[in-house]
Design a protein. Sequence first.
Length: 312
Amino acid sequence: MKENEIDFYSKTTLKSYNLDESIRYQLSMLDSLDVFTRKHSENVANITCRLCERLRLGKDYTVYCTTCAYLHDVGKLFIPSSILQKQGPLTDEEFEIMKTHTTLGYKMCMDDLKLRPYANGALYHHEALNGTGYPNHLTKKDIPLEGQIIRVADEFDAIVSKRQYKSHIGITDTLRLLVKEAQIIPKSVALKSLETNTRLGKLSPKIVRALFHVVIEDTEYEISCIMDYVKYIKEQIKRLEVIKSYNLKRQKAKCEKRKNYFKSGMEALFEGGENVNNFMYVLEEYSAVYLKKKERINNLFNEIKEIKKLRV
């Protein structure tokens, strides 16, 4: 049994809206983006879709807002690759150029009749409710809801995906890709940053609270999947422990008939390439995975506790 892969950015919700059919042209715009920006755009769209559902905003608006989110960074087509793909911190001058992706993306959408309805995603996703955002330093009353939602989704993915221009969004070197288990760090670290920016008046408390719920739901789902896998591992360990006991009896047996009897019992329980020579290695592997997954479950429960402590 293969462990279920947990993907926070699952397209299950998006498929329920048949977005692949309804926005095929808009999605084709992402083909021209670099791989990193395209993946980020997909991530933000998926989070945006889930936020809209959590906020009960209706199917039509959810599809509209999700499409805006797919296109929110389309202006980066016009940003020099030396800036867009720079590994280190951007200079102040480079960051000013990076910021123009909002107006460039807006103009691109407005110049294309098929993209024009979704231009707000490109223009407003870096505006902040307290007027400290860009490009126009708008305040809450002037920022459309889609811009506020995409801003939260964008900031969250920017943190967990360690965007290139990290020095300008307050990302520490300890943050990592959200669902890469080899680099696990509590999701509450990313959410803590959003909590801080909400308290500073940059983000909508209602939308950030919705994100908290989405992340908790995702974490609970991950726990459920791991528990199912742990149950399977326990069954395998139990089976292999029986084989181990037969092997000990086989080794202690005095006559060849008894040795063959216990060997036959072992062979009847072997699965998928296991044999007398390697079953102990398989048992050790399962035991190590079992401990690792149990630790992961405990960590995830602790993450939920930490997230529930956050207040906006």
